[in-house]
Write a new protein. Structure first.
Length: 262
């Protein structure tokens, strides 16, 4: 099962590990493994950076969450921990990470450390500390909506921490609208149709992914299938059929019609 710890325990663990933290880790990058997408980035997707993922609508929360987990798995080594820092209200709105759903998308729950925070300020404080924990492969940061504390200054601090430690920070933005910040990439995620694997069983998770900010180059739109066994993306053409969101959270409510542009 995934582990839940409080902020005090997290800070205590950080203090015990601080001696092993490098103040200036070597910068590196990771890739999607898809030529048409990877060429959008000059030197790969920066690992020591802030990457922001939005759900297009409330019904796309599961897809956005699944996409963030997939990115974290691509960025992190096989044995490294993934820290999930979330505001209590976000969990109340979208449910708690579900171990069978995490396994379905390829994340061993034993690799996940969940930190529940009462306020968005606590989420950001825990995030800044967590980026320096030895053995951390990625940090997922999930404040709810558009808190005032998540401003340009706060996001720059997260970016600096990520650059110094070479640990990616993934901002999962549920119930939120894009605002100005220091994120290196910004993604808008919608649920997409999944091709059945047979007997009407759901197939691999599929994401309708739009890169709407890229400080390294161009933007674009892709339909991406996530193959959780191998932790790889495949680019596919739009498919007909039922929309199957990634099941890292409880199933979201039926999405309303309409689109949003940025």
């Amino acid at each position: 099962m995934a582990t839940t710890v409080d902020l005090t325990a997290l800070r205590r663990d950080i203090a015990s590990l601080s001696a092993g933290i490098s103040p200036a880790a070597k910068r590196s990058a990771f890739a999607f493994g898809i030529e048409t997408l990877d060429r959008m980035f000059r030197h790969g997707i920066e690992r020591g950076a802030v990457h922001e993922v939005f759900a297009d609508e409330a019904g796309d929360a599961g897809a956005a969450t699944g996409f963030v987990i997939a990115l974290a798995l691509r960025a992190a080594s096989d044995q490294s921990l993934i820290l999930w820092l979330e505001e209590d209200f976000a969990a109340q709105e979208h449910g708690f990470p579900y171990a069978p759903g995490l396994r379905h998308i390829g994340l061993d729950p034993q690799r996940l450390v969940i930190v529940r925070c009462a306020t968005p300020q606590d989420v950001l404080k825990a995030a800044a500390d967590s980026l320096g924990i030895r053995g951390t492969g990625a940090v997922i940061i999930a404040p709810w909506s558009n808190p005032k504390c998540l401003d340009l200054t706060a996001s720059r601090k997260l970016l600096l921490s990520a650059q110094q430690t070479n640990v990616p920070a993934f901002l999962l933005r549920l119930g939120a609208q894009p605002t100005e910040n220091a994120a290196t990439t910004r993604w808008l995620i919608r649920s997409a149709a999944s091709q059945s694997s047979g007997a009407n069983a759901p197939g691999h998770p599929v994401f309708d992914a739009t890169l709407i900010r890229n400080r390294q180059g161009m933007t674009g739109h892709w339909i991406l299938q996530w193959e959780s066994e191998d932790h790889v993306f495949r680019q596919i053409e739009p498919l007909s059929g039922n929309v199957v969101p990634a099941p890292a959270y409880r199933p979201p409510q039926t999405r309303k019609s309409g689109t949003r542009s940025y």
